[in-house]
Design a protein around this ligand. Structure first.
Ligand code: 8DG
Ligand code: MN
Ligand code: MN
Length: 379
């Protein structure tokens, strides 16, 4: 057939960690649709279905050109019947009826608004919806009790749903660096998460802290948090202390996704860069107002993690993402290599021992994978 002869056929390995996925996505119309269906599944706690759509979207993200013909999908991995149907719908009609009806559904809209509150997951949102709560106004007048995270999330709702820019991430990085170095000189901080993969915006700022001397990093997080708090940089924080070293049995096989680092989930108060053209004015009541009437700061979600240097490479790899890339790395390790990969260590089940690594390159080598740099982990 003529169509078939013209169609470019792609060849793609089946694990996302075997592929190079840059931010240069040639199939955003298709991947946005599949990602929305993945999100709908995740919000409905259908995780298996969610992963299936994420995997399908990831395959299309790494293709070198736009898909124009269903024939081009022959031989591609991870595309199930459902994903095929969605793609076909878009190629033939320019839009997917399932995506359209999802976007118009009251339940989906409510789930999006409510889980857009920091500290609110799918379970809580579902409970509220069943209580007739579909928006923020209804939540505020409902008398539902909110925990501290959710109260902060509601208070800073607009700011936290505004993308964080790279410039803002760098500004936060400098503040955290000042805090860290003032309580522990020679400590090192690294920007991780989406910004390390080259994204220009993100939903938060992720930072990894370590120290070249093993053990020096113990107890660092509470000190950093106190410093930040004393300078008024924190609108909210929740710190969890490392239980990995403290566990009585000593280091064990890392359980897939569990994290035992010192961590801090926080909301920063970030001073905005004031444009020279808009000088501050002094109002009669003595309160400083900005000429334009807008606030001089914004709230930003920040995740801090502290790792001992011996686990740094694993933490770096585990926190750089993307989430699907991480999931696929662990699946590859388990299914193809009989190894357990976590953000602390890599365990070889056949040799019954941990495999050491001081760089991400070494971890990929242990796993028998070609090295994929952060900018190509955007699966
Ligand atoms: P974004 O913020 O721009 O939306 O994207 P991102 O930076 O890729 O996403 P993220 O939600 O900030 O997550 C960054 C990485 O951190 C991602 O690979 C997943 C990983 N991560 C968590 N929570 C945990 C956790 O509890 N343990 C471990 N090991 N990793 C985690 O988000
Ligand atoms: Mn992030
Ligand atoms: Mn994060």
């Amino acid at each position: 057939q003529n169509d078939e002869a013209k169609a470019v056929v792609f060849s793609v390995p089946s694990y996302a960690c075997q592929r190079r996925t840059t931010l240069d996505n040639h199939n955003t119309i298709l991947t946005d649709a599949l990602s929305l269906l993945a999100e709908k599944a995740e919000l409905s706690e259908e995780d298996g279905r969610g992963v299936a759509f994420r995997r399908a979207a990831a395959v299309l993200k790494c293709l070198p050109q736009p898909v124009t013909n269903m024939m081009q999908l022959r031989g591609l991995p991870c595309l199930g019947e459902h994903s095929f149907r969605v793609i076909k719908d878009i190629l033939e009609n320019g839009t997917s009826s399932e995506v359209e009806s999802t976007q118009q559904s009251e339940r989906y809209k409510a789930l999006k608004v409510l889980t857009g509150i920091f500290g609110v997951g799918a379970k809580t949102a579902d409970r509220w919806i069943r209580a007739g709560i579909h928006n923020l106004r209804q939540l505020q007048t409902s008398g539902q009790t909110l925990n501290q995270a959710q109260r902060a999330g509601l208070q800073h709702y607009d700011d936290l749903n505004l993308p964080v820019t790279k410039a803002e991430a760098d500004a936060i990085g400098e503040i955290v660096e000042e805090a860290v170095v003032s309580v522990l000189p020679d400590a090192q901080i690294t920007l991780i998460g989406g910004f390390r993969r080259g994204k220009l915006t993100g939903h938060d700022v992720d930072l990894l802290i370590t120290h070249p001397d093993e053990g020096k990093e113990v107890g660092l997080m509470p000190k950093v948090v106190s410093w930040l708090q004393s300078k008024g940089f924190l609108l909210y924080q929740k710190t969890t202390i490392n239980s990995y070293l403290e566990s009585e049995e000593g280091p064990r096989r890392p359980s897939s996704n569990m994290d035992r680092f010192e961590r801090c989930f926080s909301i920063f108060k970030l001073q905005k860069k004031v444009e020279a053209a808009q000088p501050e004015t002094q109002a009669e009541n003595g309160i400083q107002h900005h000429k334009s009437g807008c606030r001089l700061w914004r709230a930003v979600r920040v995740d801090l993690v502290v790792s001992p240097i011996s686990q740094f490479a694993f933490a770096l790899l585990g926190w750089t993402g993307s989430k699907l890339f991480e999931r696929e790395l662990r699946r590859w390790a388990g299914h193809e290599k009989a190894m357990s990969l976590g953000s602390h260590a890599l365990y070889d089940n056949r040799q019954s021992r941990y495999l050491r690594a001081t760089s991400e390159e070494e971890i990929f080598a242990h796993l028998g994978l070609e090295y994929i740099p952060p900018s190509e982990r955007n699966a």
